[in-house]
Design a protein around this ligand. Structure first.
Ligand SMILES: Cc1ncc(COP(=O)(O)O)c(C=O)c1O
Length: 382
């Protein structure tokens, strides 16, 4: 029993994107990557302090927050960064789109992999540059990069590779060797590497660790733009606070120029929340990871017992990428909605026949969702 994470918070009527989709129905929303937990108490206290002060003006990134991030990256990854390598942005998705606009010429493709978090697939619509998608490969129940396909695509001189690490939706944690191989390929073919590491805090087992792509070599650091945020970790995505780490001053200048006039600054609530999150919530985060790991174990056990469903080991994230092709369902999302569970549709990630389940919720809600999925499949086969 965990008094914090077991508490069910009623989100109806709060205009929550996740819950409003199914408002007025009995469908449990387990789709968008937004957890159902309250933000940590120190974050809420910091926000209250801002409200109590009462003046909500334009705000600069606090120098103290830059120092906090410098210390955090050093402590977590032995990554030595300078405060001025940080560029604060109101979202990682904004960062991905700024990169695609600012780097590569209009005929150079942007390369990414599938399945992938859907906004990776829409960048080309926004910047007018072509997109090449390469399927990930599955080796011994683990989804990873296909280096042969990557080299082939890179040999055609794309401008940018959009990478996600840990990997949404498959939950892959990449090894140092894989990251080095990727960074070396980017170096050989002169491709800018944009590494979305928003899920880096969700390493679910103590024996594993996240390695920032930029840390694997000097050359990786020079050509990588890393995107991180407190938003997923501390469940404050609605506050719009993220940052890019850009060691290379030329890349940083181009990225910053790409933001000018379009990308607003982070608001003062975001900065206040980030400061509290990164300084006063270590214990909360430890407990969250233990809780999510137990949810992961339940999901793995129960989904793999369902007829026609397969779920590989989830090393990171709070997302389960479920292969339902063997069920033969023509519209699995609709089928499970009719059974009372709202999942994300794999087609939007570039992989029809899969659904994604978000287990960032209380164990009781998760159990209810899994039971409903099991019942829906049972009814169908009887
Ligand atoms: C891989 C990845 N990147 C970015 C985001 C969203 O980031 P932001 O809300 O900061 O734009 C998500 C949210 O689910 C995500 O999974």
């Amino acid at each position: 029993m965990n008094p914090f994470f077991d508490t069910i918070v009623d989100r109806t009527g709060t205009h929550s994107m996740k819950w409003e989709k199914y408002e007025g129905t009995d469908i449990l929303p387990m789709w968008v990557a937004d957890m159902d937990f309250k933000a940590p108490p120190p974050v809420l206290a910091a926000l209250k302090q801002v409200i109590d002060h009462g003046v909500l003006g334009y705000t600069r990134a606090p120098g103290s927050l830059n120092q906090i991030v410098v210390k955090r990256l050093k402590a977590l990854y032995q990554w030595d960064i300078e405060p001025d390598w940080l560029v604060w942005i109101p979202g990682v998705v904004s960062g991905l789109n700024v990169v695609c606009r600012a780097f590569g010429n209009k005929d150079q493709t942007i390369v990414t992999t599938t399945p992938i978090y859907p906004p990776f697939l829409s960048v080309s619509d926004h910047c007018g540059k072509p997109l090449t998608t390469l399927p990930m490969i599955r080796k011994s129940g683990r989804t990873t990069l296909d280096f042969e396909a990557l080299e082939n695509a890179f040999s055609k001189h794309p401008g940018v590779f959009l990478f996600c690490s840990p990997y949404n939706p498959c939950g892959t944690l990449f090894t140092e060797a894989e990251l080095r191989q990727l960074a070396d390929l980017c170096e050989t073919y002169d491709v800018l590497l944009c590494s979305d590491e928003i899920h880096s805090d969700f390493v679910l087992d103590p024996e594993n660790r996240h390695i920032p792509t930029a840390t694997v070599s000097e050359t990786a650091a020079r050509r990588t733009i890393t995107l991180m945020a407190p938003s997923k970790t501390y469940n404050i995505p609605g506050l719009g606070c993220a940052f890019a780490v850009i060691p290379n001053p030329d890349l940083r200048a181009r990225f910053t120029a790409g933001c000018k006039g379009i990308v607003p600054t982070v608001n003062l609530m975001g900065f206040a929340a980030a400061t509290a999150a990164y300084t006063a919530c270590d214990d909360w985060l430890k407990q969250l990871i233990v809780y999510l790991a137990e949810n992961r174990n339940q999901v793995m056990k129960q989904i793999n017992a369902l007829p026609g469903c397969r779920l590989d080991f989830i090393a990171a994230t709070y997302l389960a990428w479920i292969d339902v092709r063997e069920t033969g369902l023509s519209d699995p999302v609709r089928f499970f909605e009719q059974g009372g569970v709202g999942l994300s549709d794999g087609s939007f990630f570039g992989s029809p026949g899969f659904v994604r389940l978000n287990f960032g919720c209380s164990a009781a809600v998760l159990e209810k969702g899994l039971d409903r999925m099991a019942l829906a499949l049972k009814r169908r086969s009887s």
